[in-house]
Design a protein around this ligand. Structure first.
Ligand code: FA5
Length: 337
């Protein structure tokens, strides 16, 4: 091999080796300029071939051309590999501001449940829970709803099997607790309840908080006192309540409890439909018939109970016009509370 061909081979192998070991785009560009640039080694070599004796020129020209093609191709591939690496692994810029994780927001219902339970806890009631799938016995029978009694119709029950249903109220936990506990009983029961209901103030799934106090010498004055204390803590300090005669199979006497309208304070407006009052919950003195189901002595103890719609309480407190706002999962709504 003559000197020219040896020189071409040396330049070719040096260039390919340099490209193979390259670690960055800048170094690769320097290699390109060194070999393929206008004053690069390959370019100078090609230019110098004209000075060779005529018989040596074809072989040298071919070798130089082949070297140039190989180096150009190797450079192209190295550049593509570097670009691909840049896309798949972007450089870490430690000076960039951090990304704040998207935070959710506590929903108004659990917030209201906690607030209401907290108020009753301060009055000395303990929190108890019960099952959402309930038996006919606890939801109706032991609460003194006779089997064919029309009062069952009001409860719009969703059955899930024979004698098995989604509880329509939290009242079954009254029986479950009294069965297990000797008096005195001072409890509140928060939880989900279900009925075949659906309009702007009724939802198929809603929430109730039950209250039950059974002790010696409990009277309706205690019921009114506890609920007045609740209304002033939850709504505003001077909120008035009134008890209106009603009927529940498990309380006698029974009363619906209204609060003075949160908008007009009792004068009468659009919200309270001119009456000055808003319905909040059902309540009454525990019907002695229940004590027969749980083995309490009606001569010794008496008690009161109430059941409040939590969704209703939140709607009244925050002036919500439609119960569905509570179940649409819209953060723009939830974040307001
Ligand atoms: C009861 O459920 C009785 N268990 C309450 C009770 C307990 C009375 C203890 C006496 C002693 P009522 O069906 O009225 O009663 O429901 C109570 C509250 O639940 C209502 O005032 C209302 O605020 C709420 N409520 C009832 N159905 C729905 C519904 N579909 N959607 C939203 N809230 C509802």
């Amino acid at each position: 091999m003559n000197d020219v061909l040896k020189n071409i081979e040396q330049i070719r192998s040096e260039a390919l080796k340099a490209i193979e070991n390259v670690t960055g785009a800048e170094a690769l560009e320097r290699i390109r300029v060194e070999y393929l640039g206008t004053k690069g080694r390959v370019t100078e070599l090609t230019r110098s071939l004209g000075a060779l004796p005529k018989e040596e020129r074809p072989a040298a020209g071919q070798a130089a051309n082949k070297a140039k093609v190989e180096i150009t191709q190797a450079h192209k591939e190295a550049l593509e590999a570097l670009n691909a690496a840049k896309v798949s692994a972007p450089a870490l810029d430690v000076t960039m501001p951090g990304r704040r994780p998207a935070l959710g927001h506590r929903h108004l219902i659990p917030k209201t449940m906690d607030e209401i339970c907290g108020i009753f806890a301060k009055l000395g009631l303990s929190i108890v829970e019960g099952p959402e799938v309930e038996t006919d016995y606890y939801n109706f029978e032991a609460l003194n709803f006779p089997h064919d009694h029309p009062s069952r119709d009001m409860q719009e029950t969703l059955f899930v099997g024979d004698k098995l249903l989604l509880r329509t109220h939290t009242s079954p936990v009254q029986i479950r607790t009294m069965e297990k506990t000797k008096p005195p009983v001072w409890i509140v029961v928060p939880g989900k309840t279900y009925r075949r209901d659906d309009d702007i103030t009724h939802s198929p799934m809603f929430n109730q908080i039950e209250g039950l106090v059974v002790d010696e010498g409990i009277t309706m004055a205690d019921l009114k006192g506890v609920l007045t204390a609740f209304a002033s803590a939850f709504f505003s300090p001077d909120t008035k309540i009134r008890l209106r005669p009603s009927f529940f199979p498990f309380t006698e006497p029974s009363a619906e409890v209204d609060i003075a309208c949160v908008l007009c304070g009792g004068h009468g407006c659009r919200l309270c439909k001119g009456s000055g009052w808003l319905e909040l919950l059902g309540s009454g003195m525990v019907d002695p018939a229940l004590y027969g189901f749980v083995g309490y002595d009606p001569e010794k103890v008496s008690g009161f109970a109430f059941g409040m719609g939590v969704d209703r309480a939140a709607m009244l407190k925050y002036g919500l016009s439609n119960i569905r706002h509570l179940y649409e999962g819209d953060l723009r709504f939830s974040r307001q509370f």
